[in-house]
Design a protein around this ligand. Sequence first.
Ligand code: SAM
Length: 276
Amino acid sequence: MTIKEALAWATSILKKSCERPQYEAELLLAYCLKVERVYLVTHADKEIDIKEYENLIERRSHYEPYEYIVGEASFYDIHLSVEKGVLIPRPETEILIDLVADIIKKEQIRHIAEIGVGSGAISIVLARKFPDLECVATDISEEAIAVAQLNINKYKLGKRITLRKSHLLEEVSESVQLVVSNPPYIAEDYLLEPHIIDYEPKEALIGGEQGDELLKEIILDVKARGIRWLACEMGYDQRESLQAFVNEVGVKSIQFYRDLAGLNRGFVIEFDKGEQ
Ligand SMILES: C[S@@+](CC[C@H](N)C(=O)[O-])C[C@H]1O[C@@H](n2cnc3c(N)ncnc32)[C@H](O)[C@@H]1O
């Protein structure tokens, strides 16, 4: 089969499972042949063996995310190894990073913690932005910790990002000035699309019956430790319940932010200094 024919065949198969079937057919063939995408255009009539490609297309046609198939995800300005068992970092999390970066700069923060490190996306991007920053990052998943360590090593950040298997901050005794987290925040009965629910880890997605239970626990934990800043991603429908919760708990301020689709997507809390 020629490259052109293989792409036409794969595109027709992927129509069911992909929003951009031709684009993904090209990406997967380029990955399979270990060439740049442009090669597929310049060598359209070249004969190829499509055995391995058939296998990749079969996986993608069953909704397996592209990132798990190729073992890599692009995020911010880096490429992270990912595998089943670890959440694929999402573009909206880049907004959280930019907000945290503003606080780190303004407050000259040197020590932070991340809850739920996953692939390492947030801690790695922040550590690359701030050469003096030190971060303790936790996760309950051993698979996530192993993948995060791989990515941390890849970017030579082992001296500044310390990983710890821990529920929230339980195993963190270091003093930190800010906590950042993109925790699981989806409600148990929320209907997720097959490419998410069949492949990505539930402990990275589901935050409890309502979805915001872990977020509330994080708010209480960070306040109890006397840490001044907390920045979290959240679900688009959780602003009201979290506003009511912080009104009860007592914080100096809470600013909610939206994602590029205009949906509520997270918050930054400043706690009163010394208040515990
Ligand atoms: C939504 S993922 C975020 C991963 C990564 N930070 C990112 O933004 O791509 C949430 C992560 O929190 C971890 N997690 C879930 N419950 C936790 C807990 N109680 N304590 C620490 N980490 C937890 C999950 O294993 C998962 O890696």
